[in-house]
Design a protein around this ligand. Structure first.
Ligand SMILES: [Zn+2]
Length: 336
């Protein structure tokens, strides 16, 4: 597991290098000697004697050795000293080797780049040292062929040298397991609210495209999955609040109608209620003795349905509706 803590300085690029050194076990030590040794000292580097640089740290942030082990070198807070002209907003990684690298080293490089990149919403440009000749001013160009392999190819980068985003088709399934309420909302009229919540918490912006969502959820880290769970909890609370408010509005309506009746000593509701109940039960009684003529069946059903609804209204006006039992009914439906 690679750990990476975002430094405070702004990062835009990852630069990949090679040590261009002989295959010996203590190459990391050699690099350290060359980079941090006293300027008056010399060190044998690839059979040649080289003057030490006298720096405080190795120029690179990370070195991946022959066994694909990652060595953390220069602190991330300090800019690297490895690609003149483009050090300021960069993180640099060096592979031990001189044009020939193991698959394990490449695999580690990929994982390291992905881990770093993920903290920047996959917006970091990844270059090989020699790519500087393509992207930087002429005065910063290098004569080196470092890192002696096509970074774009090995890391599967797009035309802009960004890591290619893979759309994970299973993202909806992931979401329905981790955040079922949010997943359901995505398919309905509350989709906007659901998208906004995920976008803000997961991607740090107000609205994300479906592609961005699918990528973020499909490739979510354990921390991001935890964030999704948080979103689910908050979303549920908000929905419940909404339900409570609707119930309150309904109750308020009934209350004001009842008050009006009491204040005005208005008999209209009771008379209306009587006729509705009489009509409803009368119709049901009629059905005990007579069959409905086929040609009138449709109209009859509409009448019965309307009267049924009105009868429910009358009962809830006089006796109050039971919000609790209705909520239970809804839960029963959900569990199915
Ligand atoms: Zn280099």
């Amino acid at each position: 597991m690679i750990k990476f803590n975002k430094p405070e300085r702004e990062i835009k690029y990852i630069f990949v290098h090679c040590s261009a050194s002989n295959v010996i076990e203590d190459d990391v030590k050699k690099i350290e000697e060359l980079h941090t040794g006293n300027k008056n000292n010399k060190v044998v580097w690839n059979t040649r004697e080289e003057k030490c640089f006298g720096w405080s740290y190795i120029g690179y942030q990370y070195i991946i050795d022959y066994k694909a082990k990652i060595h953390e070198c220069r602190p991330l807070e300090i800019q690297p000293a490895s690609q003149y002209g483009m050090n300021k907003h960069s993180i640099s990684i060096c592979l031990l080797g001189n044009g020939v690298y193991s698959n394990k080293q490449f695999k580690t490089l990929k994982e390291l780049c992905k881990t770093i990149n993920l903290q920047y919403n996959d917006k970091l440009y990844i270059y090989g040292h020699r790519d500087i000749n393509r992207i930087a001013k002429t005065k910063y160009h290098t004569t080196k062929d470092c890192p002696k392999f096509e970074v774009k190819e090995i890391l599967n980068l797009d035309d802009n040298n960004l890591i290619k985003k893979k759309v994970n088709k299973l993202w909806k399934k992931t979401l329905s397991v981790v955040a079922p309420t949010v997943a359901t909302a995505l398919g309905g009229p509350l989709a906007g609210t659901a998208v906004k919540q995920i976008s803000q918490k997961l991607l740090g912006k107000d609205s994300a495209t479906e592609e961005e969502l699918s990528y973020a959820i499909g490739n979510a880290t354990p921390e991001q999955l935890n964030k999704l769970k948080e979103i689910e909890t908050n979303f549920k609370i908000e929905m419940e609040k909404l339900g409570v408010d609707l119930e309150r509005i309904n109750a308020g309506d009934r209350d004001s109608a009842r008050k009006r009746e009491m204040e005005l000593k208005d008999k209209t509701p009771s008379i209306l209620g009587f006729f509705i109940m009489f009509g409803f039960f009368g119709l049901l009684g009629f059905l005990l003795f007579y069959a409905v003529p086929t040609q009138n069946e449709a109209i009859f059903n509409i009448m019965l349905g309307a009267l049924g609804t009105m009868a429910t209204g009358v009962v809830s006006y006089y006796f109050g509706s039971s919000a609790g039992s209705r909520a239970k009914d809804l839960k029963g439906v959900k569990n199915d």
